[in-house]
Design a protein around this ligand. Structure first.
Ligand code: SF4
Length: 400
């Protein structure tokens, strides 16, 4: 059974010009959307009970992580968020020490909301800061300035949250390595335990695509971008943060269990418009459309949902199958997901999962990347070398 739940909040105050995540700025259906999400939690609870014969209230071996992402989950009234978490707790068996995360934005987080989140059971918070440089924040079109971000972090740690993560975007025009280091140092001093550093990527269909798709390299050359990546990683290491995945670093004991579940090919349920999940052989999602989500949750039954998971319903309004994975797809997902991690591919795990040796299945890909110095074998693992980190996407593509 899946041990993870992802909840997507599809609302944002304003669309950031670089962002291609699903979010909407029309908030007229917020209440209806959250009512629909509560219905979905109840439906999933019944599907689990019917499928496994286990009453989800009493199943002690339950959910390990719940992650409220977005969009901006700190934007709606905290009552809606806490009622949804309560419905999840009521309909799933949540492990006692489950990691329950909420993403927040410095511009919408408030003391009373933080108090409500803690009371409801959230024990990890991820803050979308992106930079502490006002010029960079302006370029990114963020609603907060650096003072707002620092104040939000201080408010969060004062509220009682101890497991705090902050996001940074690197490779933004005008950004410098010294600036990034200074931001990281501030995070460290403010008690941030986990730092995600994402390289700016220019996505088609965003205003940034119009602005930078042809010119980004004039502002940030590939060499400069790599220098920033390695400089940032080194600086994080010196402060005690372990980079356990290409974009994620944590102080000991603070790795994200939820994110790690993705890299370990674990199953997870998806709740909310635009949310994606993975159950059995199926990668699935809810359409990026709040209206069809609300409509679906008014009519769908637990039998429909169960049939959907069993692959016999393709006529639903919002739920759709993204991909049915066969054995070959599942084997190819291992390098796709694991090569991004510092541990790399665990060869014994692979053999346990598929009854085959990874190096037999991907003999050519492994040998050619080792001979180019991009992959290295260490005991029973295979992982990217330092040069491999710079060409990670290319190495991963070889296995697809
Ligand atoms: S706040 Fe986050 S999810 Fe919303 S538009 Fe900006 S980057 Fe995208």
């Amino acid at each position: 059974m899946a041990r993870h739940i992802y909840v997507h909040n599809p609302f944002c105050a304003r669309k950031c010009p670089y962002c291609d995540f699903y979010s909407v700025t029309d908030h007229s259906c917020v209440d209806e959307l959250y009512k629909a999400a509560v219905t979905e939690a109840e439906l999933l609870g019944s599907v689990i009970t019917e499928t496994t014969g286990i009453n989800s209230f009493t199943d002690a071996d339950g959910i390990d992580t719940v992650y409220f992402g977005g969009g901006t989950p700190s934007l709606p009234d905290s009552r809606l968020i806490t009622e949804l978490l309560a419905a999840i707790k009521k309909n799933f068996s949540i492990s006692k020490d489950a990691e329950i995360t909420i993403e927040v934005n410095p511009s919408s987080v408030r003391e009373d909301k933080l108090e409500d989140y803690l009371k409801a059971g959230f024990n990890r918070i991820s803050v979308g800061i992106q930079s502490l440089d006002d010029e960079v924040l302006k370029t990114l079109g963020r609603l907060h300035d650096s003072k707002g971000a620092v104040d939000a972090l201080m408010m969060i740690t004062a509220s009682g949250f101890t497991n705090v993560s902050a996001d940074l975007i690197t490779g933004v025009p005008g950004e410098t390595l010294e600036g990034i280091k200074s931001d990281i140092k501030t995070f460290y001093e403010l008690g941030v335990k986990h730092i995600s550093t994402y390289s700016l990527s220019i996505e088609e269909g965003t205003p940034f695509f119009e602005r930078y798709s042809k010119t980004l390299e004039e502002f940030v050359s590939p060499e400069k971008e790599r220098e920033m990546y390695h400089g940032t990683r080194e600086f994080l290491q010196n402060l005690g943060y372990e980079t356990y995945e290409i974009s994620n670093s944590a102080l000991p004991g603070y790795r994200s269990i939820h994110n790690s579940s993705y890299w370990n090919s674990c199953e997870y349920f998806a709740i909310g418009a635009g949310a994606h999940g993975y159950i059995g052989d199926m990668r699935y999602g809810h359409k990026d459309d709040v209206v069809s989500y609300i409509k679906e949750m008014k009519t769908i039954t637990s039998k429909d949902y169960k049939d959907f998971f069993e692959g016999s319903r393709e006529d639903l309004v919002s739920l759709y199958v993204e991909e049915m994975l066969n054995e070959d797809d599942k084997m190819r997902e291992v390098p796709f997901l694991r090569l991004r991690t510092s541990e790399g591919i665990l060869l014994d795990e692979f053999r346990k999962m598929f009854g085959k040796e990874f190096e037999d299945v991907f003999a050519d890909e492994v040998e050619s990347n080792i001979s180019k110095g991009l992959l290295e074998r260490k005991e029973r693992t295979l992982r990217l070398t330092r040069s491999g980190l710079d060409l990670a996407n290319k190495v991963i593509e070889d296995f697809l």
